[in-house]
Each structure stands twice: as C-alpha cells, then as structure tokens.
Design a protein around this ligand. Sequence first.
Ligand code: FNR
Length: 181
Amino acid sequence: SVKNIAVLVGSLREASYNRKVAREMIRLAPEGLQLKIVEIGELPLYNEDLEKAVPDAWKVFRDTMREKDGMIFVTPEYNRSVPGLLKNAIDVGSRPYGKSIWNGKPGAVASVTPGGLGAFGANHHLRQSMVFLNVPVMQQPEAYISNIAGCFDEQGNMISDQLKELLNNFLQSYARWVRQF
Ligand code: FNR
C-alpha cells in the first residue's frame, strides 16, 4: 500500500532552495511513497490560550498530519538552529498534551544551505525535538546539503547529479524505514 508522507519545508521564501529540494524529492519519490508538501506558513504562533478556541489553520494542519504515515523535514538553518517557522509547526502539532500528531511517526530530516556546513545545527536541533516527541528519525543516510546555489540553473532545474544521487539514496532508505513502522 502507498504511504502518504508529509513534506514540511522550513522556509517561506519565494525562491527558497529548501522548497526546490522538497519539490525535487516529490519528483524522485520511489514507488510506494506519496510525498506532498503540507504548508505551515499560516499557523498562528503557538499560544496555549488558543486551545480554548482552536484556530482553523491549526485544526486543518493537525487533521492533515494525523492522516499521514510519516514526514520529511526539509529545513534551512537560521543562526545554527531550526527556523521559527518550522519550530512553530512542531509545537502546534505537539499539543494538546497527549494528542501529538508526531507520536510514533517515522521521520527524516534533510537540511539545505547555500553555505558550506550543511545546516548541521538545524538538522540536529530538529532531531533533539523529535527525540522528545517519540519520532523515530531515520539515522542513515544523513542529508546535510551544502552549496545548494550551484545545484539549480536559472530556470530552477536541478543540474547536480551528485544531489540527485543523494536524494535518491535518501528517499529509497526512507521508503524502507517507513515500512518498519
Ligand atoms: C541564515 N542563513 C544561514 N545559513 C547557514 O548555513 N547557517 C546559519 O546559521 C544561517 N543563519 C541564517 C539566519 C537567518 C535569519 C537567515 C535569514 C539566513 C542563510 C540561509 O542558509 C539562506 O538564507 C538560505 O537560502 C535559506 O534557505 P531557503 O530560504 O533558500 O530555503
């Protein structure tokens, strides 16, 4: 049976490299994995007071994520950590206490940067939250994607065979990972 996987992108930027990589993952998805971006840009900042009258955007996000079999995070690094956008979505999904949409779902993390360090800090800070949220995150292969600017041409086409191979490898391993849960 096909597994429905959410792709959560940690950037709102129109020309986001992370979104480009996410779209590439969708194109490269192996048989049996259905990948779809779930938008997180309209989620009001987490405030426990709002649980009394849950904002529609939170409700839609939680309901959408509940139906998913797993999720892939594609994230930039902001100041060596996870962008607030993505951390907010994680927080919104984690509550109310005991009703977390993350619990037990197989995850994977790819981090993307035009810089040289692969957005390692964001990748691992994200994993820290996932430990607490009981998300089994795929360990290998890791995906620290550096120097991303050179991987696309002016039209936005991916031109890096190396990146393509990395993503294929990552997705095939993730497909096997998801089947274990
Ligand atoms: C950055 N950027 C960045 N890059 C990095 O490799 N490590 C970092 O710690 C940071 N910190 C950081 C903070 C803030 C506030 C911004 C706006 C940017 C640069 C970042 O990688 C670059 O803007 C990417 O292009 C962001 O990803 P998208 O939007 O292209 O997906």
